[in-house]
Design a protein around this ligand. Structure first.
Ligand code: PEP
Ligand code: MG
Length: 325
């Protein structure tokens, strides 16, 4: 099996009937690029920049960040890199950033909420990204967006920093796409409005499932509620994907679900454009997709959404299909 997968390293990701998708990788630091190249990922679908902050004794400087972003952009031979602005808070702490104790850190001061309040820190990161943009195909993504205004505010700050850099004579790419993570149910439900303003979505199912099911992703006792194939989740995903496509935008997924072998047939059927996962799952996913007919998967996904009441019913449906391929 490993051998069969290895043959797909330099191939495109095509379904049995020739529908092309992209299979990208998630990374935490530029060091992860080795795995990305070895496994034939088609670019980076999620670069979690908070590790740059967590691995540092103090706020990383603009130049330190610039070097890291440049290394990643140059390291993927012109493929696209989705860089997520820092997602601190929740379970991720910074010793040098004093955050107040909270009852519910996952529902608290986190990610873009911090960026929009501590704007100096945010501007430094954006400047580093903008400067690095000339070294590859950069896509900037904001995490934990709940409202359209948060996106507009973050985008306005980005545009301001771009204008400042240009006024100083620094070159910045004009091809940068700007998107958001869909990981809060309110954003998923309102995807048809967001889709008019963003360049792309990337669905963060780790958080989207936790918030939709009201089940802490770190809490073992409620882990049975962590149900990626629950028809409620699939219905939300369908709305997000259809809304983006109606506005001509692309949709990726960078949560664990994107590399889940039971979920992949459903996601292909829902029309997901980009699947981003740990590098070690790329080849097995490319191999699975090659066995699936996208039209058949569309029927499968619609059946799961329209006829299934429980996650068990959805799993049974997918297993029945898998026996036939
Ligand atoms: C997610 O929420 O699915 C995601 C990719 O972000 P993180 O796991 O870093 O919260
Ligand atoms: Mg998340």
């Amino acid at each position: 099996q490993q051998l069969e997968w290895a043959k797909l390293k330099d191939s495109k990701s095509l379904s049995k009937d020739g529908k092309q998708i992209e299979i990208a990788a998630n990374i935490g630091t530029p060091k992860d690029l080795t795995g990305v190249i070895e496994n034939g990922a088609e670019g980076i679908g999620l670069y979690r920049t908070e590790f740059l902050y967590m691995d540092s004794e103090d706020f990383p400087t603009e130049d330190e960040q610039y070097e890291a972003y440049k290394a990643v952009l140059e390291g993927v031979n012109g493929q696209a890199v989705v860089v997520r602005t820092m997602d601190i808070g929740g379970d991720k702490e910074l010793p040098y950033l004093q955050l107040p104790e909270e009852m519910n850190p996952f529902l608290g001061y986190r990610a873009v909420r911090i960026s929009l309040a501590e704007t100096e820190m945010f501007r430094t990161q954006l400047r580093a990204l903008l400067r690095a943009s000339v070294h590859g195909k950069l896509r900037i993504m904001f995490p934990m967006i709940a409202t359209v205004n948060e996106f507009r505010d973050a985008k306005a700050i980005l545009d301001e920093e771009k204008a400042k850099l240009e006024a100083e004579g620094t070159e910045v790419s004009n091809e940068i796409q700007v998107g958001i993570m869909i990981e809060i149910p309110a954003a998923a439900v309102l995807a048809h409005q967001f889709a008019k303003e963003v360049d792309f979505f990337s669905i963060g199912t780790n958080d989207l499932i936790q918030y939709t099911m009201a089940a802490d992703r770190m809490n073992e006792r409620v882990s049975y509620l962590y149900q990626p194939y629950n028809p409620a989740i699939l219905t939300l995903l369908k709305h997000v994907i259809d809304s983006a496509h109606a506005e001509g935008k692309w949709v990726g997924m960078c949560g664990e679900m994107a590399g889940d072998q039971t979920a992949v047939p459903l996601l292909l059927g829902l029309g997901l454009d980009e699947f981003s996962m740990s590098a070690s799952s790329v080849l097995k996913t490319r191999s699975l997709v090659a066995k699936l007919d996208s039209k058949e998967m569309e029927k499968l996904a619609n059946k799961a959404i329209n006829e299934c009441a429980t996650v068990e019913e959805v799993i049974a449906l997918v297993e029945e299909m898998q026996e036939l391929i």
